[in-house]
Design a protein around this ligand. Sequence first.
Ligand SMILES: C[S@@+](CC[C@H](N)C(=O)[O-])C[C@H]1O[C@@H](n2cnc3c(N)ncnc32)[C@H](O)[C@@H]1O
Length: 555
Amino acid sequence: MGKKSRVKTQKITAAAGMSPAPSSKEMLLLVGDLLEICSVSQVSPSKEWEEHLQIRAQVEKICKKQKGLSVVFPGSREDYFDKFMSWASENGILTEGLEICLFPDEGYGLKTTQELKAEELFLWIPRRMMMTVESAKTSILGPLVAEDRMLQAMGNVALALLLLCERANPSSFWRPYLCSLPSHYDTPLYFSMAELHHFLGTQAMHDVLAQYKNIARQYAYFYRLAQVNPAASKLPLRDSFTFEDYRWAVSTVMTRQNQVPLEDASHVTLALIPVWDMCNHTNGLITTGYNMEDDRCECVALREFHPAEQIYIFYGNRSNSDFVIHNGFFYKGNVNDRVKIKLGVSKSDRLFAMKSEILARGGIPASTMFSLHCGEMPVPAQLLAFLRIFCMTEGELKECLVGENVMEKIFRLGDPDFPVSWDNEVKLWTFLETRVSLLLKTYKTSLQEDENLIADPQTSYRTKMAVRLCKSEKEILQGVVRYAACQRDTAHHLQKSGAPLPSPVVCKSTSFSEAGRKGSESKGEVCGEGWNNEETMEPRETSNSANEMASKADI
Ligand SMILES: C[S@@+](CC[C@H](N)C(=O)[O-])C[C@H]1O[C@@H](n2cnc3c(N)ncnc32)[C@H](O)[C@@H]1O
């Protein structure tokens, strides 16, 4: 069926002037080499760029062979918006008062045609309209998911492959949705080498390169699987599965996925949620939840919106590095912005055993990534506790290990109001100031140079994004240096004046762990890191309270 419509979207195989489609054997060899290059683990930071060049060269070789083989829809996405919104409303999505509109900063988004009050329900999407990992299991992809451990463990990959299978099917139920999606993205997977270069020296660079490597490795793994596994014999991926296809599908999932509860609420699953995923991000609270009674995702207004205004939602507590790497945009004025910094107790430290024991009791690894935040309070409780332990004398360490109320003492280490000693305070703030000042020296450009590049109309959107990230990292780090110097001076002054240490009457803190973000854990040896964009919608009673939903949904 669908021969006629297939003509429109089917791949172009060896059209005039093009090289003939590569043989499966040839492709398997190229892809096998890619898998090998991408399977080297633990590359030292100084070698990561070199490794990336090697991966890129192999990917480019593959892409050259695959030129013209991807499925593309004719015309542009806006040609399909009317059909998409009609399909959505005919199938139970509440679209009344909503229009898709082009906005200068965020691309397409949702506009309200009516007055919306804060916390007013304006959009719902029934479960059957979502593309979920469960849809993948019951689709043509089902037999492969049932067989492959990697696909079972990585819902985001299953969703990406489902997108590609549905895109190749002219009679897909999802067609109006698929046609409405962007044809390309601004995630770093799409950056040219020249654009990527602007991440050099940033704290985000490692994650940018790791993302590319993971996706290239996944592509090689799943390309091979589609070719050799009998459970994949009926998949359109066997005839055509290009790197470009995978980069598109991964970026679609990465920039639009969300977690929703399963029907029986036992677990969560990943979902693409049509129409809702047209909403762009602003600072605020999560206002989307899952109504288990009506089995649908519901979204209430973050604040009041007037007719013709864009409706924004809040994507979650993410840094600009998260936004750039996983969503392909930089958000100016991000109140949750932060920079990662690696700190650890050296194994050659004479007091390593005591320090790591106290850290372990407080749930902090002896060596890990910490966050430095933007704003007035750049040092979170967990990092403060680490720094205090890191700088303790043997006597101070013993006090946290033996005696009464040691756990209370350990948890209090994250409380800025209760220093261990003035000497410890002076040491830890001096250490942080020095460490972050050194980090600032590794950046390749000055703030002024960044600003010039951003202001230059010749600079590409993607380059601007990388430069803005670089600039914001430096600004956060400069803020930390100023804060640490100020804290050090205050402690020094109090020490000199013989001020008594504040003594706690009631223990204020019970834990200094930072709220963990979903999706950052490693999900499999071949596939590496998750794509780190999903938020969770927890089951909830029918309610319009934005705050109630936010507290339940923002994990
Ligand atoms: C869920 S989609 C929203 C709809 C999207 N604008 C579109 O055209 O399909 C998320 C994407 O929208 C864009 N976006 C969302 N919020 C943004 C913002 N505040 N600034 C710039 N781009 C934004 C980014 O490209 C992001 O990957």
